[in-house]
Design a protein around this ligand. Structure first.
Ligand code: C5P
Length: 241
């Protein structure tokens, strides 16, 4: 099974903080850096390039969701950035996901780059069973809805999903062997959970079949981000079960 280096969520507000983390995290194997809306809306492609210049692969987590044509055109732009992963909401429907995938691949091809991996968001982890029924009026259980969106996303051309490690096995029941499950909600043993409710350790994530883990605060708020990253990387990729 394909496993990637841990993805570090660079959830900071300023360019200085981001660059300081980039400079510290120039270790081997390099983490993949997850840049999200906060940094990207502020600093745009410049922040992506600053990370790429330091040898990082980028997970640009912008969670697109709009009409298919708009998403296709936006993804065409993102496809030209040379990022390795980006995200889209499966809730936008199969036509939108397919348009997004096509735009992303066309954008990368237009500049001679490999296509980024497109990851779908199924149900946000902030949505619980009660909200699913009372707000979205969905009759499925939360797990069934996640499976439905994973299947839809794969059929529409997405390469994987972002999901909880605890959902990996149920997603794999309905998707192909190469479909990627990228899992946040990771905490090393004894780390603070903060606002994450259901967490697993890097080793548990590997045992549950995660292809890549996303880790933010346990690394970026650590007094020694490199040491924190290296321990997590070891636990996810190398430690014996
Ligand atoms: O700091 P922490 O490790 O909790 O950060 C996890 C990262 O993964 C954040 O960037 C968060 O937005 C993201 N994420 C998540 N849960 C999801 C999807 C994304 O925690 N379901």
């Amino acid at each position: 099974m394909k496993r990637y280096s841990p993805m570090v969520a660079i959830d900071v507000a300023t360019k200085d903080e981001a660059i300081s983390l980039f400079d510290q995290l120039t270790v081997e194997p390099r983490p993949i850096l997850k840049l999200g809306m906060e940094l990207y809306y502020h600093f745009g492609p410049e922040i992506v390039r600053a990370a790429q210049q330091r040898g990082f692969k980028i997970f640009l987590d912008l969670k697109l969701h709009d009409i298919p044509n708009t998403v296709k055109r936006a993804m065409f732009v993102l496809g030209q950035l040379g990022v390795d992963f980006t995200t889209i909401h499966a809730a936008g429907g199969s036509e939108m996901v397919a348009a997004g995938a096509a735009g992303l691949r066309a954008g990368a091809a237009a500049v001679g780059l490999p296509a980024p991996r497109l990851l779908a968001i199924t149900q946000l982890t902030s949505i619980d069973e009660a909200a699913l029924h009372s707000e979205q009026h969905v009759d499925l259980s939360l797990v069934e809805s996640v499976q439905n969106y994973a299947r839809l996303a794969e059929a529409a051309g997405a390469d994987g999903v972002v999901c909880s490690a605890q959902e990996v096995q149920t997603i794999r029941q309905v998707t192909g062997p190469d479909f990627l499950c990228v899992t946040p909600g990771i905490r090393p043993q004894n780390a603070a959970k903060a606002d994450q409710k259901r967490v697993v350790t890097p080793r548990q994530a590997r045992q549950l079949g995660s292809n890549a883990i996303v880790v933010g605060r346990p690394i970026i708020q650590s007094r020694n981000p490199v040491k924190a990253y290296e321990q997590i990387e070891h636990d996810f990729l190398e430690a014996e079960d």
